[in-house]
Design a protein. Structure first.
Length: 156
């Protein structure tokens, strides 16, 4: 029986990605015409790792950066989100193994500015890191948001 893949294995196993494809009829209503890129996990990791302290990025901005990089109309929202999750967990794995410092994944928010409960340590860990860096986090219902997150976006 094969051993379970680590987060680092998932990060570094590109499986033929990135790949640019034409938006087909099934996706036309949702995405419009043009092309979309399915990014490689390492590309998402790299973008997330380039966000400087005090700045933030959302999954939407990551998608814009990757679409532009590949001359595509859009970047696939599903895989970009999944690879952000993989990147966050791989970062913690890298840090825990002593192989490096990982990346500041906590600076990556959902597209609406909310915290990601799927990141390592859940909302509490992401909130801790963000508050430590000077951001204000507020609760609205069951969700947490960075106040005025748009003012802190790192559009590089």
């Amino acid at each position: 029986m094969a051993s379970k893949k680590t987060w680092k294995d998932k990060l570094y196993n590109a499986n033929g990605l990135p790949r640019v494809q034409v938006i087909d009829e099934k996706m036309l209503k949702r995405w419009g015409t043009g092309t979309f890129v399915i990014p490689a996990p390492g590309e998402v990791y790299e973008v997330m790792g380039n966000v400087p302290e005090g700045k933030l990025i959302t999954i939407s901005e990551i998608r814009q950066i990757l679409a532009k990089k590949h001359n595509a109309t859009i970047s696939c929202p599903l895989t970009t989100g999944i690879f952000a999750w993989v990147s966050a967990n791989a970062s913690e794995e890298i840090k825990a193994s002593g192989e490096g410092n990982g990346i500041p994944y906590w600076r990556t928010l959902k597209s609406d500015g909310s915290l990601n409960e799927k990141y390592p340590g859940g909302i509490e860990q992401q909130k801790f890191y963000l508050v430590t860096e000077g951001h204000r986090v507020t609760r609205k219902g069951n969700r947490y948001f960075v106040e005025n997150f748009k003012e802190c976006l790192s559009l590089f």
